[in-house]
Design a protein around this ligand. Sequence first.
Ligand code: AGP
Length: 613
Amino acid sequence: MCGIVGYIGKAAAPPVLIQGLRRLEYRGYDSAGMAIVENDALIVARAVGKVANLTDKAKHDWPASRFHQPSYGIAHTRWATHGSPTENNAHPHLDASGNIAIVHNGIIENYRALRGRLEAQGHRFFSDTDTEVLAHLIGSHDKGDLFQAVCDALHQVEGTFGIAVVSLREPGKIIAARRGSPIVLGIADGETIIASDASAILAHTQRVIYLDDNDIAIVTANQVDIRDLHNVPVNREIAQLEIDAAAAEKGGHAHFMIKEIFEQPDCLRNAIRGRLDFHLGSAVLSGMGTSPRDLAEIQRVVLVGCGTSLHSGLIGEYAIEDLADTPAEVQQAAEFRYRNPIIGHRDLVLAISQSGETADTLAAVREAKQKGSFVMGLCNVVGSTIARETGRGIYLHAGPEISVASTKAFTCQVAVLLMIALKLGRARRFSRQEGIEFARGIESIPALVEEVLALDGTIARIAEHYATQQHAFFIGRGPMYPVALEGALKLKEISYIHAEGYHAAELKHGPIALIEPGIPVIALANDIPGKDKTLGNIEECKARGARILGIITRGDEEAAAVMDDIIEIPACHPLIATIPTAVALQLFAYHIARIRGCEIDQPRNLAKSVTVE
Ligand code: AGP
């Protein structure tokens, strides 16, 4: 999704803004731009493509002094929603007078109506964007008070926004506001940084303020004044970030994705640490804020999320039903928010989101709260909107996940969901002894993942055999079915191979028509209930010439015998096995994308956090 940066302080703005944009590149984008206020002049640069293009353009077009003399400004990475990725559509956009510049993350849903009204008043637009309309709308309300002009304009806006606005008429301040799209303010000594997320602020400070929906801030170098859109002051806490700039670096790896894959044993230890009670055979998840009595009241668990978070939810569904004898269902967040779900006060709604900013999942949270359900967040980004709006939940402690393809967040989500199932189970029929054994299983996950990471070389060699394919099928049964879906998603996202995940039994009901000689079938045939059936499905694919990569339990010769290639996973509980198996598929996808020379950390058309519908 788009990335916004603003800077006001003692330094020259261009280098600070460019560094901030670089930190937001991982969000995914197609063009970039910045506006600098320097000596009563508003200077704008835009470029299609990478932040590097913008930097080169600014360095080519601007005097070198502009990179050294004090100035302030706003900048943007654009993920196109309205209008193709052209220089004209890149942000910042100006109002009719050319004195006001704006950068925006979000969607102005009623922009056509607003544009029509402004055109009737003689406004002329140079881009296809909704954002230029907002710039003109602000300008049309500007009677010398930029703050009020922004408020007046935002009162007419339907949709979502995170914005930063500067005006030549009111030097020395930046106006920032949000509804739906995240805005964080970095409070440093004699300077203030505005950003879509904390990663662009880390190089300056760890003291931040998160704006809430309909907050608007008047930002100067030494002060931040936050109000609502009716000009009523609001108080927002200064939070201390737990992560530092180094965490957002590649640490010598070729890509953030492979760095994050190899970070998983430590991330999983962080996600598990202090959360297992081997005396009670249960999990300690204080963030849930629930007593065993509360848990016993819960009659159903509804897990909502999107993409990879939806897939971890599917594994959570198996675990909660298996360990806790409690009905559980997974809902795709965008469906949940519009289908008027049947939920009530005895239903626990678990909103799963790495970024904590995904628009559909956030809306699902608000809908569930509206229905009086017990709502909890499962998030990785501390202070994110879903974490703050649910007010209770569990952080993954996986550290910043920069690569668009989610890896460590997925495995930590599953580990936490297994602990939630254990805790729920112990509030029901799951015995203390069963609980202790399962807790031991959870505790062993980091070591199991280390064993799979040791197979990196083997998996890289296997990937060579599959890298030229254009299609692939992933199949699995039981809790391995969602892992098959996740494996297919990882391969799709970063290698652009058309991969599909299926329940192994589904093939015969249609998809098997696509199986022809050489087609890759990645079969999750771990030694779990249903394995024999999966082996049967594999035989059906082999009979039609498919090439089979089997993910099997180490030492399982029966399974190995039917495969063309194998990756062996250490033996463990079926629910636990979902995590090391997923890691094997992450490495498989990574090496195929590497061999195909793909843009692994910022795959085309994708954004790390989807803050629009
Ligand atoms: C996963 O690799 C993708 N980046 C995407 O499917 C992602 O999982 C989805 O957008 C949900 O994001 P969230 O967990 O931040 O809500």
